[in-house]
Structures are given as C-alpha cells and as structure tokens.
Ligand binder design. Structure first.
Ligand SMILES: [Fe+2]
Length: 206
C-alpha cells in the first residue's frame, strides 16, 4: 500500500488576501488555520492506522465498537474537515459582489435569481450546525444548497463543492460574538466569486 500524506496548505502564503479581510480578522483566520491543520493531521493518522491494521483486524468490523469502525468514522470527519476548510478558505479573500459567467447563469436557472440563491444560502447557514454548501449535483445536473451539520454530514454523493460557508462559532465568535447574521454579511463581502466560478466550471466538465 502506498499512502501519500496530505500536506496542509499555508493559506497565509498561497492566498494572502484572506489575512486582510473586511469583518473576518487575521486573528480569526490564524486560529482557524490551526483547526484546519488538526483535521489534516487526523486524516493522515486515520489513513496510516488503517493501512497498518492486519487483515484480521480489518475484517473484524462490528457496529458497536471495532477498530475499523472507529477509523472509518474518524476518516469521514477528518477528510470532511480538511476539504470543507480548503474550499472555504479558497472561497474567501475576494471582493464580494455577485458571480458572473456560467455560474451566474446556472444560479439564475436553478434558483430563479442571484438574490433568491443568496437568501436561501443565508437561511441555510443560519439553520446549520456546521456548514452551508452550494454544490453541483452531478446526477441531477443542477446546483443545490445543502446543510452540513458537522464535517461529514449531509451533502449527498456525487456533489462537487462550489461554495462553502463555515458557521461553527470559531469562524466568527472573535469578530462578531454570537451574531451569526453579521458574520454572514462579512462572508458575502469577502467571497471570491472567481474561485467559486472556476470550481463550478471544473465540476461541469468532469
Ligand atoms: Fe472551521
């Protein structure tokens, strides 16, 4: 078996604009990167420990407790936490406004208007216990907004992440205390729609 460790992205260097945002402070981002690094480390650990299990231990799956169950549960959470945060950080550091190009057209087709989409995304973010996502659903061939109640629930299979919004309190408490709606105002002021557009264009090609 070969396993290549996932290396955490240093967003302060890859995308320095995320350190100078309006309404989401550098301190929040610095602390947030620490949590993201934790998910990357746990993803690597789960993969390495799974590879190291002997075949008897791998086969000894059991629903109440078994090593393979613990590792697979941890893997889903850690990999979700890794990918969710990477998309979220890439999605930030922009100038807000509205999307353009193919994403704009698809949003208008699937939601009626950008305004309707943003209202639904904000409402979903207020209702979520962890994340709001805009995804391209490959089977339905449409964009949908879905809730994430933690790092690994509930986006359906065959969904490609276009836009992610972290609504865990660590994403905004330092800047907005418990005022999640104010954080969402800041989020939309800092969305990098070019990044979301390129994710969407990639997803419809593959
Ligand atoms: Fe987070």
């Amino acid at each position: 078996m070969t396993f290549e460790k996932h290396v955490a992205i240093d967003f302060s260097k890859v995308k320095p604009s995320v350190m100078k945002m309006n309404g989401i402070s550098e301190t929040t981002m610095t602390e947030h990167f620490k949590l993201y690094n934790g998910y990357v480390n746990k993803y690597n650990e789960c993969m390495e420990k799974t590879d190291a299990l002997g075949v008897d231990a791998v086969k000894a799956g059991q629903i109440t407790y078994s090593d393979i169950r613990s590792l697979k549960m941890g893997l889903a959470f850690a990999l979700g936490g890794t990918i969710n945060h990477e998309v979220y950080f890439h999605n930030l550091g922009g100038v807000g406004g509205k999307p353009s190009g193919l994403l704009e057209k698809q949003i208008e087709k699937d939601f009626g208007s950008y305004e309707r989409f943003e209202a639904e995304f904000r409402g979903t973010a207020m209702a979520a216990r962890g994340w709001a996502f805009l995804v391209w659903q490959h089977d339905l061939k449409r964009l949908i907004v879905v809730i994430g109640d933690d790092q690994s629930t509930f986006p359906p299979h065959n969904s490609h992440l276009v836009l992610a919004c972290d609504v865990y309190e660590h994403a905004y408490y330092l800047d907005h205390k418990t005022a999640r709606a104010a954080y969402l105002d800041a989020y939309f002021k800092n969305v990098d729609w070019k990044d979301a557009e390129s994710r969407f264009e990639h997803s419809i090609k593959h």
